[in-house]
Design a protein around this ligand. Sequence first.
Ligand code: FMN
Length: 354
Amino acid sequence: MYKLIRSLLFRLPAEFSHDVALKAMRLCERMGVLGVIAANTKLNSTPKTVMGIEFPHAVGLAAGLDKNADYADALQALGFGWLELGTVTPRPQPGNPKPRMFRLASDKGIINRLGFNNKGIDHLLSQLSNRKRRGIVGINIGKNADTPLSDANEDYLIGLRKSYPVADYIAINISSPNTPGLRSLQYGEELDSLLGALVAEREALQKAHARHVPLAVKLAPDMSEDELTLCCSKLLAHKIDGVIATNTTFDRERVAGSRYAGETGGLSGAPLTEKACSTLAQIKRQVGDSMAIIGVGGIMTGRDAAARLEAGADLIQLYSGFIYEGPALIESALKEIAEASGSASGKRAAERTE
Ligand SMILES: Cc1cc2nc3c(=O)[nH]c(=O)nc-3n(C[C@H](O)[C@H](O)[C@H](O)COP(=O)(O)O)c2cc1C
């Protein structure tokens, strides 16, 4: 069924079809259709506690698909264990000029340079308060494009303060390739200054709201090994709760010669699978069990999902895989994860009896 819908949607320009699909999904949810489909889908879900939050299962929606929380009920009805919404900025902004999203269909990839087009954090919060379905929500925050980098901390602090009372966790996006200079926040003094400001503010918010909201930092897959090691050591030093690996890549090696490969922006989907997984494995080696790891990037099959957990992820997120494979990917990811963890615990039990 999804293959048929996809073949129709893929005839339309990428961003337009994305909007049409989300609006249609929301309509189906309001008519009760998604609820019926979901009730008939048997998800192999095992709850998992990560960063002190009990997630209904390990597979969530990655940031960027629902930047404004306009479709949260519908996306949750499709079976995601939780949603990461945003990236949202303090003020609304239109993002980059169109066209700014390209499908590399034969590579199962997407290039986007949307540039944080969003309706602003106040809109997202009001949409969240009108939700019918109460599920786990991460709010992904960023800076406005016209805020100078030297004032970036203030934008993130606004995002933190406003989302704190509502979010289950807050994702700090310093790795989008489409906001000039943003990725420099992943390095050196800029990273220290941002993390220091956020952690200090979080301490005050924690007292005021009598609850701890975890912070997770979202990283790019394009850092060198040394840069990533340094970045991880700073995340550890500031006692950040989690890391989200990874955002989209600049790298075009896997799509060389493809139509649209020359478009500026971040590449996601199958061409990112290996890079995102090896970045995550390196992060795991650096941080061990001191921080939670959310794995994202090129998870296109159930096997990719299980492999990401084997590489060290505690949870995973889908974006491009969901576009190419539809909601059935949630089901197959959960099935493969359950099988992999069943065979791992079987192996451990066998080793114990030997
Ligand atoms: C069209 C599009 C828009 C995105 N927007 C955001 C965003 O606003 N914030 C963010 O943190 N990541 C954003 N991402 C990155 C995804 O959350 C994810 O990290 C990346 O696409 C890799 O996962 P995937 O290969 O499963 O798509 C976006 C990705 C795509 C394809």
